[in-house]
Ligand binder design. Structure first.
Ligand SMILES: [Zn+2]
Length: 224
């Protein structure tokens, strides 16, 4: 009975497309010639998926043989998500998205070096993905380590060096919560880096937006 109820819910969502624009509805469209999904539409899909995550009403996805065979022919992700490697921040779950919908770049502190930025460029230029989300999160260990300072090995130091400008901003502002202020500034800094990218800035219709994930509520708040 429970399964039937859930299947009906998915069918209803499909019938309501594009009013609700849920991932299951998009799946049927992607089966043939996929449309380019606009940045605003992609953001709406992610917002709706996050609402389902917050409410605990995740969709049922086909991640079986047929979907995998479909995706073996190509990928058409409608959003790029740059986020932290933190095990508590998996974008596919947080946005309730299945295989093939979001192009994910994960690195501690959600920082962008040339390699990570090249991955964003690839999705935007070659996969026609119009929305780029840089998503930080509360209580980020990479940000905290950078704020606290001290000696770190070179590779961790490379991450801290990327976060440091945000720490400087938060300290200059005398923020009450230096860790969260630095996290917020780091998200904005990374959004600015993507916006300034010489490849991405040349492509029409691309929107780059910041977001922050909140652990207890499960909510993603878009920043700008
Ligand atoms: Zn983190």
């Amino acid at each position: 009975m429970q399964v039937r109820k859930l299947l009906s819910k998915c069918l209803l969502r499909s019938l309501l497309f594009p009013l609700t624009m849920t991932a299951p509805a998009m799946a049927s469209i992607f089966a043939d010639a996929p449309p380019v999904v606009s940045a605003d539409m992609a953001q709406q899909i992610l917002e709706e998926g996050n609402k389902r995550f917050v409410q605990g009403t995740l969709s049922i996805y086909d991640v079986g043989t047929s979907r995998r065979a479909q995706l073996s022919l190509g990928q058409y992700p409608y959003a790029v998500v740059v986020t932290c490697s933190d095990s508590r921040v998996p974008p596919e779950l947080i946005f309730d998205q299945a295989l093939g919908y979001i192009f994910v770049i994960r690195v501690a502190g959600n920082v962008l070096d040339a390699v990570a930025l090249g991955s964003v460029e690839y999705a935007v230029e070659h996969l026609n993905t119009k929305l780029v989300v840089v998503m930080g999160h509360e209580k980020c260990g990479a940000v905290k380590a950078t704020v606290d300072g001290g000696h770190v090995p070179p590779n961790l130091g490379a991450i801290a060096a990327k976060i440091q400008p945000a720490v400087d901003i938060a300290k200059a502002a005398n923020s009450a919560d230096i860790y969260e202020a630095a996290t917020d500034a780091n998200i904005v800094n990374m959004v600015n880096i993507v916006n300034a990218d010489h490849v991405i800035s040349q492509i029409a219709g691309v929107k780059v937006i910041g977001a922050k994930y909140h652990f207890e509520s499960g909510e993603v708040r878009f920043i700008k």
